[in-house]
Design a protein around this ligand. Structure first.
Ligand SMILES: [Zn+2]
Length: 67
């Protein structure tokens, strides 16, 4: 009965091979597209000259640390 089993094995392998070929056509899922370069966000908190000074003196910035 070994022969018939070999035949089945052959058929099974054939199907597996076709399955692999089919899967090769699909786009790979393990390859992520490179993310776009991200520019570092440079946030500079610059108080306006007429705003209260951030140092907490209560004076306008232009009359305090903004001099
Ligand atoms: Zn100040």
């Amino acid at each position: 009965m070994g022969k018939s089993r070999d035949a089945n094995d052959e058929r099974y392998r054939e199907r597996e091979r076709r399955d692999k070929d089919y899967r090769k056509q699909l786009p790979g899922e393990d390859e992520d597209p490179l993310p776009p370069p991200v520019e570092p966000i440079h946030v500079e908190e610059k108080p306006k000259r007429n705003d209260p000074c951030p140092c907490g003196s209560g004076k306008k910035y232009k009359l305090c640390c903004g001099k």
